[in-house]
Design a protein around this ligand. Structure first.
Ligand code: SF4
Length: 338
């Protein structure tokens, strides 16, 4: 516990457990991987693991948004025999290099925010709970608190790509979807708006966010309205394009060739010319520098098209969006269907 607090009072990095595992496996060289929110702690963590386990730790500086993005190439090139991946739950797919996951659960106390949360949901009879991985341990606390106030509280069972009941990923809201018919609204524990927007779209229900970092509690209704307006504007502009670039994402858990080719064929049947690209890391600058393509479809993580939307000079769509492009279906209906 001392080691955890020395590195950060806000996260549990489980360093004793990691060092023990590294020793048991007799790993000589390991690659450490962190999402943006945890990279600041990387040097201290690397020092700690190296000294406790007598291994060489090399920190990957590449971006890392999910466990779908393992540092497999880096480990192979560096001759590392282990990856320690921080900040996400275990990926359920195949691992080419042995990998230990450290979820880095948050130790922020949200008790003082619960009365504020109750005010936002007290008009409901039944609420659904969801969380990003860092705060998954808070779900039972929030559930007990709201149930004491007379609300019925549901948490969806783990399914699809997620490991825990109530957990959501930016590309998988199956836990929330499984209970959406039985609840009036959702509460999402996590920072930022990305997951709350995705959850609202996947369930067609209002989502209240509880941000453990800022202590803010808010509905995403207005943000969602503005978000959908901008996505429909992007889709409308994309329809006028004649040449489409379909970008195949090469990250270990993101490549879905079948779906990418379905999108390519759909575009071709709609009379569009299609150019195929592939990329491991994609930046708006790189996309903006391409001539002769009017619209890009990102066949990889949906965050690539959405997080940097304002930085792209041309329409950049997710695969979901490209699949409603030439149909009369609403994007909301398509996303809610799963
Ligand atoms: S594909 Fe994107 S949203 Fe899904 S787990 Fe990976 S980083 Fe997260």
């Amino acid at each position: 516990m001392k080691k955890i607090n020395r590195i950060s009072p806000s996260y549990n990095f489980e360093l004793d457990k990691v060092a023990r595992e590294v020793k048991i496996r007799a790993s000589k060289r390991i690659v450490l991987q962190f999402p943006d929110g945890l990279i600041e702690y990387a040097p201290s963590i690397a020092r700690e693991i190296s000294s406790e386990s007598n291994s060489e730790a090399i920190i990957s500086l590449d971006s890392c948004y999910g466990a779908c993005d393992l540092a497999t190439n880096a480990a192979s090139r560096l001759g590392a025999d282990l990856i320690v991946h921080f900040g996400h739950a275990r990926w359920q797919g195949k691992h080419e290099v042995p990998t230990i996951y450290v979820e880095a659960s948050s130790s922020l106390d949200i008790s003082s925010v619960l009365p504020k949360l109750k005010e936002h949901v007290i008009d409901s009879k039944r609420v659904g709970l969801a969380s990003t991985i860092q705060h998954i341990q808070e779900l039972s606390k929030v559930k007990a608190y709201l149930e004491q106030s007379g609300l019925s509280v549901l948490i969806g069972k783990a399914a699809g790509r997620v490991l825990y009941d109530g957990q959501v990923l930016g590309c998988d809201y199956s836990t929330a979807r499984s209970i959406s018919d039985s609840v009036d609204k959702f509460i999402l524990i996590g920072g930022g708006n990305f997951h709350a927007i995705g959850l609202s779209l996947a369930t067609k229900k209002e989502c209240i966010t509880l941000d453990p970092y800022s202590g803010a509690v808010a509905t995403t209704k207005e943000f969602l309205r503005r978000y959908m307006k901008s996505r429909y504007a992007c889709i409308a502009e994309a329809r006028r394009g004649s040449t489409f670039g379909v970008v195949l994402g090469l990250k270990s858990g993101q490549l879905d060739m079948d779906r990418a080719y379905r999108v390519r064929d759909l575009l071709a049947r709609s009379g569009k010319s299609v150019v195929l690209f592939c990329a491991d890391n994609l930046s708006p600058d790189r996309i903006n520098s391409i001539n002769g393509v009017d619209v890009f479809v990102i066949a990889a993580c949906p965050r690539i098209a959405l997080d940097d939307a304002e930085l792209f000079r041309k329409p950049v769509l997710t695969m979901d969006e490209s699949e409603v492009l030439f149909s009369d279906r609403l994007l909301e209906d398509y996303l809610a269907q799963g």
